[in-house]
Ligand binder design. Structure first.
Ligand SMILES: [Zn+2]
Length: 68
């Protein structure tokens, strides 16, 4: 179930989704750079966006993201 495109602040207020995003970008070298990740989260909605989904069965949230 698609919930929309969360801003950085909305993601930070949603610990489960935020942790899911960090786990996802942690696959990349830059995703483990704290300063870069901070800027990445702040910049959501600009050149890159996050998509928030929720499983209709268990309520678990996951995040996908995309960059231009
Ligand atoms: Zn589920």
């Amino acid at each position: 179930m698609y919930l929309g495109q969360p801003s950085g602040d909305q993601l930070r207020a949603n610990r489960e989704a935020y942790d899911a995003l960090l786990a996802d970008i942690g696959r990349f070298d830059w995703g483990r750079d704290e300063d870069y990740v901070h800027d990445f989260i702040d910049g959501l909605g600009g050149t890159h966006v996050a998509y928030l989904f929720e499983c209709p069965r268990c309520g678990r949230q996951l995040v996908r993201w995309d960059a231009d």
